[in-house]
Design a protein around this ligand. Structure first.
Ligand SMILES: *Cc1c(COP(=O)(O)O)cnc(C)c1O
Length: 362
């Protein structure tokens, strides 16, 4: 058995040793030129993950988890005179509506059941009814179930209507295709510690440069004002003390991704590992939770919890074998478990995982 703990939860991920080592680089003050260089290098690498964003988008770094990036994005990019339409089918989509509510902003929601696709006809109807909607906000990979939301039709609708799309891509950035121009993406929130394989503590938003300057000082809080961070970072001065070591790790993780060949190669690796887990569990009588394999993102699978098995017991036994699996959330807690393949994992790890699960099921 490997002595590594292998995290099969959807972030934070199992770090590669070189990313872990990067956390130990020398101490650095964030007002020194070496930091300015680190910050601009990471910002440039982030807009190069997807080639289409390299010239048209600016990356803004935040010290905070993925939620901070999503909250800063909706708070800063939807202008005071505008309105968000939240298109949700899971916890993370519904959380965006809570953010807007707490920010005291006008918004509408179109909620689908968590096991269903996003409700496109209802989104179209809301846009027809309410011309004050300036932005559609949605989740790309809804981690609640593992569903990869098909944003092509919704994105096309946004483009036709001249409405910006703000995407929570926290669990897909770096691992799935994002059609920035085709979907009229004005903001895209991501995090260091999911598909990019960095350590937790830094998140970011890619902003369409054409949105820059339009919505300044509209943000609901000092810390989550994207434009204040953008302005400071463009001048080479972070607004506040950033998580310096986590940024070192993200720089190393982005280099690692580039050496692999980029997001498409990472996507292919995730797809192969997930196929292996899905086939292994299917052979042991555990189907996927959603109706079709094609519903899923490449890096996450959800499975029905076998009858007569409590998640706590499954989790404890898997953990003894060196694997951390993830429960369903809220009403899915007692009926689902999830397996992610992000991070420094190999097909040997997944084979060992399937074997250990077989022992537990026996
Ligand atoms: C993980 C996740 C978040 C929240 O990220 P945190 O780092 O836990 O704050 C938001 N949206 C999606 C889709 C996620 O998977």
């Amino acid at each position: 058995m490997s002595d590594r703990t292998r995290l099969l939860n959807p972030g934070p991920v199992t770090l590669s040793s070189r990313v872990r080592q990067a956390l130990l680089r020398s101490d650095l003050c964030h007002r020194e030129p070496e930091f300015v260089e680190l910050q601009s290098d990471v910002r440039e690498r982030l807009v190069r993950v997807y080639s289409e964003t390299a010239d048209r988008y600016a990356a803004v770094l935040l010290t905070g988890s993925g939620t901070a990036a999503v909250e800063a994005m909706v708070g800063s990019l939807i202008p005071s005179a505008g309105k968000g339409l939240v298109v949700a089918n899971g916890i993370y989509g519904e959380r965006i509506a809570s953010m807007l509510q707490k920010q005291g902003r006008p918004f509408r929601s179109v909620n689908a059941k968590w096991v269903e696709p996003i409700d496109l006809p209802a989104a179209r109807k809301a846009l027809d009814e309410d011309p004050s909607i300036s932005h559609v906000v949605t989740v790309h990979h809804e981690t609640t179930t593992g569903r990869l939301n098909d944003l092509s039709a919704l994105g096309q609708l946004c483009r036709e209507r001249g409405v910006g799309l703000l995407v929570d891509a926290v669990s897909s950035f770096g691992g799935e295709s994002i059609d920035f121009a085709g979907w009229n993406v004005q903001g895209c929130a991501g995090t260091a510690n999911k598909c990019l394989h960095g350590a937790p503590g830094i998140s970011f938003v890619l902003i369409d440069e054409s949105a820059v300057g339009k919505s300044s000082s509209n943000a609901p809080s000092f810390y989550l004002d994207l434009f204040a961070h953008l302005d400071a970072q463009t001048r080479g001065q972070p607004l506040c003390t950033p998580a310096v070591q986590v940024l070192y790790a993200l720089q190393e993780a982005l280099e690692e991704l580039e050496e692999l060949g980029g997001w498409k190669q990472r996507h292919a690796k995730y797809a192969a590992l997930s196929r292996q887990v899905r086939a292994g569990l299917r052979d042991r009588g555990i189907p996927l939770f959603l109706p079709e394999e094609s519903c899923y993102a490449s890096m996450l699978s959800s499975f029905p919890l076998p009858q007569a098995l409590r998640f706590e017991d499954l989790h404890a036994q898997a953990k003894r074998s060196g694997f951390v699996i993830y429960a369903g959330q809220q009403f899915l807690k007692d009926v689902m478990f999830r397996v992610a393949v992000m991070g420094d994992l190999t097909s040997a790890d997944m084979a060992e995982f399937v074997d250990s699960l077989t022992e537990i099921l026996d």
